[in-house]
Design a binder for this molecule. Structure first.
Ligand code: SAH
Ligand code: SF4
Ligand code: F3S
Length: 488
């Protein structure tokens, strides 16, 4: 009997190619598929539905997808019942190209209709391939069912889209204009997560500091509607209606939710990072002392050409203020090498700023022209690939040095970690994350449930992670072992 039952359970496999927002959408697509009775598998070979959730931030993301779709074609020829869906930013941007290059794809859907994924798969089963892309939506992925990777930590989207126009970036074109979620709804979601035993949340947005700008624009005028406080928060209404609810108000409100022990956020834009955000981080224990502040370049000329709205000095000033106020702050960043027109002298300024900022970690990218963006037009100024890659090697060395120094400074200290599970490389080791978001590997002398809080003593530093010994488990996880899929 169980075998018969097993045979009828359909399975899905899903791959994520992009950023946390993309991953967050993946959680929602997985949640919807599970609501439809499908079970997850890692193996494409045993999946009845395969979903590729794409990214188009750099060119190699495109190439990877088309390579993958080529492989899946053979699978589909062997098993015509297999359904393949392509969603995410690349689908939003290149819908027709995907259709042309991969006619065996059943469903192409975009970033604004994640909630339709399973509906479209059902329609495609009856009527054949479908492409459905919409340009804008007011629905946030957080309003959909969810299947999380970690049961103790959750992402919370506070805004979608982006109203900036960084010359290199495709995000505004694929994610649309910036729309903030109502304040009360966000705090309510965090309360619901905490009630389900989640203790760590990460607030997500492309420019979290501008949270609420669109909400308060709607509320301008003498008479406030009765729902003003729900939309923009108490502090905004009480504070003579400041230009917008401050992101720091939101940080304070979610950190105050009972059961939430760690709050992170990404990404703040350096031009908009306000003193109030730094003050909140310095005052509130639940706000992790980790700032991810994308630098992009250390050259004022390049920053101006990128339309980033700050200079290298201004960036460093903000870092200094943050370090002065927030005890034991960890700093990470994003940097682009080889932006069109970047000269050796510009790049050297990036090295200098990186050295001065002492980043604990950095995501470094070789500039990749994205058709439709302003910088992609500057063909005459493209930096040769060999030059960009040599610069990248030099930058990596600077980052590795500061990252290693940062890690070495932890040796001998006790750190609070949340246990994540077994180490991928060595099953005899467990891993956990510190408040700085550093990964610590430690020997698994006893079974510890993921989501437990523990103290470890750091015994050694590697370039990008730490080794430690367990001192004590300080609290067991509050979530049930496996959180069922729920509509939040
Ligand atoms: N909203 C975030 C960035 C999101 S994209 C912010 O402004 O901080 C994540 C990172 O990808 C960017 O910070 C940038 O470093 C990198 N990136 C974006 N477009 C790129 C491109 N065309 N080429 C190379 N890297 C790029
Ligand atoms: Fe892209 Fe700039 Fe918006 Fe970030 S702030 S998503 S880099 S346009
Ligand atoms: Fe993210 Fe890639 Fe889209 S970085 S917003 S998934 S283009």
């Amino acid at each position: 009997m169980p075998n018969t039952l097993w045979a009828v359970i359909r399975k899905y496999a899903i791959r994520t190619y992009g950023c946390q927002m993309n991953e967050h959408d993946t959680e929602r697509i997985a949640g919807l598929l599970e609501m439809d009775g499908l079970q997850q598998t890692e193996l494409f070979e045993e999946a009845d539905v395969i979903v590729l959730n794409t990214c188009c931030i750099r060119e190699n993301a495109d190439n990877k997808l088309y390579g993958q779709l080529g492989n899946l074609k053979k699978l589909k020829e062997q098993r015509p019942d297999l359904q393949i869906a392509v969603g995410g930013c690349l689908a939003q941007k290149d819908r027709e190209i995907i259709r042309d290059k991969a006619p065996h794809v059943d469903v192409v859907f975009g970033t604004h209709n994640v909630g339709r994924a399973t509906g479209l798969l059902a329609e495609a089963r009856d009527n054949g391939p479908i492409t459905e892309i919409i340009e804008e939506s007011e629905a946030f992925p957080s309003a959909l069912p969810v299947k999380r990777n970690l049961s103790h930590a959750a992402w919370v989207t506070i805004q979608i889209g982006c109203d900036n126009s960084c010359a290199f970036c495709i995000v505004p074109a694929v994610r649309g204009r910036e729309i903030s979620r109502p304040y009360k709804e966000l705090v309510g979601e965090v309360e619901g997560l905490a009630a389900a035993g989640i203790t760590e949340i990460t607030l997500l947005g492309q420019n979290v500091n501008s949270y609420g700008r669109d909400l308060t624009l709607k509320l301008r005028g003498d008479e406030l509607p009765p729902n003003a406080e729900d939309l923009a928060g108490k502090a905004w209404v009480a504070g003579s209606r400041r230009s917008r609810p401050l992101f720091s108000d939101l940080l304070r409100s979610v950190a105050a939710v009972d059961g939430i022990r760690r709050v992170r956020y990404t990404s703040p834009h350096p031009k908009d990072l306000r003193p109030e955000t730094i003050s909140a981080m310095s005052e509130i224990a639940e706000l992790c002392e980790h700032l991810h502040l994308p630098l992009q370049s250390g050259s004022d000329e390049v920053l101006a050409a990128m339309h980033r709205g700050y200079t290298a000095d201004r960036y460093l000033e903000k870092v200094k203020r943050a370090r002065d106020q927030i005890d034991d702050l960890a700093l990470s960043t994003d940097i682009i090498v080889g932006f069109p027109g970047e000269r050796e002298v510009d790049f050297e300024q990036t090295l200098e700023v990186a050295a001065e900022a002492r980043f604990d970690n950095a995501y470094t990218f070789v500039y990749s022209p994205r058709p439709g963006t302003e910088a992609a037009e500057l063909i005459d100024e493209y930096v040769p690939a060999s030059v960009a890659s040599a610069r990248m090697d030099r930058l990596r060395k600077v980052i590795e040095r500061s990252s290693r120094l940062g890690n070495e400074s932890r040796v001998g200290r006790r750190e609070e970690i949340i246990v994540e599970g077994s180490s991928k490389r060595d099953p005899n080791m467990l891993t956990g994350r510190t408040r700085h978001n550093r990964l610590v590997h430690f020997p698994a002398n006893q079974p510890i449930r993921s989501g437990s809080y523990a103290q470890v003593e750091v015994t050694a530093a590697r370039t990008f992670n730490l080794l430690g010994e367990l001192v004590e488990i300080t609290s067991a996880p509050k979530h049930r072992t496996r959180i069922p899929v729920v509509a939040s």
